[in-house]
Design a protein around this ligand. Structure first.
Ligand SMILES: [Zn+2]
Length: 123
C-alpha cells in the first residue's frame, strides 16, 4: 500500500495550456481515463514518439532511443511540468508506460523498473 498523503499545493502560476507542448512522453488513450482510478491503480500509457512523425524535431526521443535516453528526456520534461501547478496531475513511468493518479508518488520508485516516477498530465 502506498501512503495517501497529499503534498501541500505549491503556489500557482498560470501558464496557457497551448504553451505546454509535450511536457511528457506518454499519453492515455481517452481523456477521462483517470476518472475511475484509485491511487493504487495503474493504467497503461502510449508513447507519443511512436505516433508522432519526426518525433525528435518535436522534442521527443526517437523511436529507437534506449530506455535510458527515453528516461533522461522524460526527466527534463517532468522538471518543466513540476515547475508549474497543473490540477489533477499524476505520475508515470516513461519506460514501462504506466501511470497513476497519485501525485504523492512523484519520485518514488516505479513498481516495475524502480526508476523514480515522473509527473504526468491526463489531458
Ligand atoms: Zn518503470
Amino acid at each position: 500500500m502506498w501512503p495517501f498523503k497529499k503534498k501541500a499545493k505549491p503556489a500557482t502560476r498560470t501558464v496557457p495550456t497551448s504553451q505546454i507542448s509535450y511536457s511528457q512522453l506518454d499519453i492515455t488513450e481517452r481523456f477521462d481515463d483517470h476518472m475511475d482510478l484509485q491511487p493504487d491503480d495503474w493504467i497503461a500509457t502510449e508513447p507519443l514518439n511512436k505516433m508522432t512523425p519526426n518525433a525528435p524535431a518535436q522534442g521527443l526521443p526517437s523511436v529507437d532511443a534506449s530506455e535510458d535516453e527515453v528516461y533522461a528526456a522524460a526527466t527534463q520534461l517532468s522538471q518543466f511540468r513540476e515547475s508549474i501547478a497543473i490540477p489533477n496531475d499524476g505520475v508515470y513511468c516513461p519506460v514501462c508506460h504506466i501511470a497513476n493518479i497519485d501525485l504523492a508518488k512523484l519520485r518514488q520508485p516505479c513498481p516495475k523498473c524502480s526508476r523514480p516516477l515522473l509527473k504526468f498530465g491526463w489531458d
